[in-house]
Design a protein around this ligand. Structure first.
Ligand code: ATP
Length: 242
């Protein structure tokens, strides 16, 4: 398993119990999707894995987050990136006043090897030729889809073996969502495991091999992406089938 989350409990400010004992695993080389309605705890799960929780006023109360056998739950975000986990947060959070190139460079800061950074930049430019073309343009001037590509590219600059994606399709046109889905498949084919949070269940279940449904801080359903696409509750709640 690339990632194993076991009995994870997370709260914010000691009061809001956002995750209430969730367990899930992402097999090495897989794409796992997490579905769930607003407030179910999807972003919280990714923050608990990447170490971004503390800066949001949250903390792990119980349970473990492991990458292989290493416990990530006490490490800071920079150490977690060095272990091979990169997080593309909700809302992209690119640096709008920096150029595309500077955004990518920022993503490579935690990657100690110059050769590895150069290889990562080449991979990013191949995956997203538009980022090579727009190298000197400010990130804030890119379209929504291009900004999402930049956010993913920036995360890949760290050379991760596990990529955490928080709602990459949010606010994008159907055609662009299709492109993002294809690029996630290609990134995975190149050897990076992916944990994908999505409101767009159609896209998520198309690209993923495993899937989980979060419901008020617990895992209410899990199985292969095929199984979940055939599940009546998933169809009704997330795939818009009546
Ligand atoms: P959404 O898609 O709306 O972001 P989500 O499934 O990602 O939903 P989370 O953002 O993880 O859900 O939120 C889970 C719960 O934790 C919600 O009740 C939310 O209000 C609460 N929460 C999230 N972030 C914080 C925070 N920084 N401080 C306090 N409570 C928070």
């Amino acid at each position: 398993m690339a990632l194993t989350v076991d009995d994870l409990h997370v709260s914010y400010g000691g009061a809001v119990r956002a995750l209430r004992g969730i367990s899930l695993a992402v097999p090495d080389g897989a794409i796992a999707a997490v579905l769930g309605s607003n407030g179910a705890g999807k972003s919280t799960l990714l923050r608990a894995v990447s170490g971004a929780l503390r800066s949001r006023g949250g903390r792990i109360d119980r349970g473990t987050v492991r990458l292989d056998d290493a416990d990530l739950s006490r490490l800071d975000p920079a150490a977690i990136v060095r272990r091979g986990v990169a997080h593309v947060p909700e809302g992209r959070k690119i640096f709008g006043r920096l150029t595309v190139e500077e955004n990518l460079r920022a993503g490579g800061l935690g990657n100690p090897s110059r050769a590895a950074r150069a290889a990562a930049r080449e991979r990013v430019h191949e995956l997203f030729p538009i980022l090579a073309q727009r190298r000197t343009q400010r990130g804030g001037l890119l379209s929504g889809g291009e900004q999402q590509m930049l956010a993913i590219g920036r995360a890949l600059m760290a050379g991760p073996r596990l990529l955490l994606l928080d709602e990459p399709s949010l606010g994008l046109a159907p055609k662009v969502i299709g492109q993002i889905g294809e690029v996630i498949t290609e990134i995975n084919r190149q050897g990076t495991s992916v944990l994908l949070i999505e409101q767009n269940a159609t896209m998520a279940l198309r690209v993923a091999s495993e899937a989980f449904v979060l419901d008020v801080g617990t895992v209410s359903l899990s199985g292969s992406a095929d199984e979940l696409s055939r599940n009546d509750d998933v169809k009704r709640l997330y795939l818009g089938v009546r």
